[in-house]
Ligand binder design. Structure first.
Ligand SMILES: [Zn+2]
Length: 95
């Protein structure tokens, strides 16, 4: 059996909030998912047009931002990737 060490420790990182898991609603499918399982996505518009940016106050731009929770299955479907929750590190280490 070949010895290969993963560049990360395999653990169930869910100890801090054990006991009281708050359920959140997925922004895509509306399912109730434990919050630690969800991905956080900021929904909102981003103004890229420089002419509009000059006219609009900066505070107004951030008003369109809305925090949204996405369940793992929807995150996979919509290709939402969050740092630390994927095996991306595994592939980055290889060169
Ligand atoms: Zn979902």
């Amino acid at each position: 059996m070949p010895i290969s060490q993963a560049p990360y420790t395999r653990k169930y990182a869910h100890t801090a909030s054990r006991g009281h898991e708050s359920l959140v609603t997925c922004g895509y499918c509306g399912r109730q998912v434990p919050r630690y399982k969800t991905f956080i996505k900021f929904r909102g518009f981003r103004i890229t047009d420089p002419t509009i940016l000059q006219q609009v106050d900066r505070n107004d731009i951030h008003m369109g931002r809305q925090k949204m929770y996405v369940c793992p299955s929807c995150a996979r479907f919509h290709k939402i990737v969050q740092r630390g929750k994927t095996v991306q590190k595994k592939h980055q280490a290889r060169r």
